[in-house]
Design a protein. Structure first.
Length: 395
């Protein structure tokens, strides 16, 4: 997928990251958060390798990450012996608490592991085989040394950070106002979308119940929110913000973002841009980030005529927003989603190809996010409509 960094450079620390289910989005998010180029990382199977450390809890699509402690060739028949030897050497060099976990991708027994850990005065060792630790393992014990075979290379690494899936699942389920009426954006996806721009100031013109802001309560500074439906601005966004302020302290967290709800709704012809209210920011660095409108009743199978009607409306709306954003220098980037109908991919592909035509005479261009296309397809199991994720930057 990408060029291979020189893993033989002994002066650099190599890090390994487990990618979430949408690997292209996880890679794009890592590159955006670190400011790296695709040539500086390596992606193999479900893992990303790079020389920049990142706390995965800043992300929405990375599972865990840590430091590679050693790598060695896989040899059939000698793999178990090599792993035991490598593990013994590595653990002897680490400062280990009284409790640790070991996860090995080979048929090793707890007795064999204890022969290594007991001389190091480690009182409690947890071993799991043929699988990686989950968030439950991590919360039980935050010192894990793991081994995985990728290609013909064995890697032994120590996990440094683990995405708190449990927290986000609880928050996602507990929010009093959802987005079923216009689509579903889970908080992890929303967080990833916001991380695709490095700007700390976000305008969401299709905010729904404000889940985009909720997802980024600790990583952005300002949120302006508007929507096509008055109930979103008048009732749902304030309700979710109030709930969030009460929910976060239970987990030792606080609301860092200044959530500023819009004063009115918008339409394709009457944009918030024209009011000039966003122009009050002096740093000239605002990004539009939004899930957008996903179409008519996306929970049911639609007919082509309805899909085409929705796409026609979306084209007019986004062409208007992009044209008006071009006139405002403080809008630097746009991250948005379009509905991608999985059962009518030919219609969806045709519509996605028209996005470039929206940029004619505008100040924006597409940044290629996908490995094969300009956009990333984010889909979940048993869904009929996926998200096509786009990013535009000022020329």
């Amino acid at each position: 997928m990408t060029n291979t960094p020189d893993t033989n450079d002994k002066n650099q620390i190599l890090y390994i990251y487990k990618l979430g289910h949408c690997q292209e989005l996880a890679v794009a998010e890592y590159l955006s958060l670190t400011g790296l180029s695709p040539k500086s990382i390596r992606v193999v199977d479900d893992y990303l390798f790079g020389y920049t450390k990142l706390d995965v809890n800043l992300s929405g699509s990375l599972v865990y990450g840590g430091q590679v402690l050693c790598e060695y060739d896989f040899e059939t028949g000698k793999n178990l012996i090599n792993t035991q030897e490598q593990l013994a050497v590595i653990l002897a060099t680490l400062e280990i608490p009284k409790k640790m976990g070991v996860s090995l991708d080979c048929p090793i027994t707890l007795t064999q592991v204890l022969k290594i850990t007991k001389p190091l005065k480690i009182k409690n060792t947890l071993l799991i085989n043929r699988t990686t630790p989950n968030i439950g393992h991590w919360k039980q014990n935050q010192f894990w040394v793991c081994q995985v075979k990728i290609g013909n290379i064995n890697y032994i690494y120590k996990i440094d950070s683990y995405f708190d899936q449990e927290f986000w699942a609880k928050l996602d389920m507990a929010l009093p106002c959802g987005d079923m009426k216009r689509g579903i954006i889970n908080l992890k996806l929303a967080r990833s979308l916001n991380n695709l721009t490095r700007s700390k100031n976000i305008w969401d013109p299709f905010c729904g119940s404000g889940r985009n802001m909720v997802s980024s309560f600790d990583i952005k500074n300002y949120f302006w929110m508007d929507d096509l439906a008055p109930i979103c601005i008048d009732q749902e966004v304030p309700t979710n913000i109030k709930f969030l302020r009460e929910f976060l302290p239970k987990f030792g967290k606080s609301l860092a973002v200044d959530a500023i709800k819009g004063s009115r709704t918008i339409s394709a012809s009457d944009s918030k841009f024209e009011s000039g209210t966003l122009a009050g920011i002096d740093d000239k660095n605002v990004s539009i980030v939004t899930e957008g409108w996903l179409g008519t009743n996306i929970t049911e199978q639609l007919i082509p005529a309805t899909i085409l009607k929705d796409y026609l409306w979306l084209s007019k709306v986004w062409k208007s927003i992009i044209d008006k954003a071009s006139l405002q220098e403080f809008i630097q980037e746009i991250v948005f989603c379009l509905p991608y109908h999985l059962n009518f991919s030919n219609i969806s592909d045709d519509h996605m190809s028209q996005v470039n035509s929206w940029l004619n005479d505008s100040k924006f261009r597409i940044i290629k996010l996908g490995d094969r296309t300009d956009y990333i397809i984010y889909k979940r199991a048993k869904t009929k409509v996926a998200h096509a994720v786009f990013k535009l930057v000022r020329r």
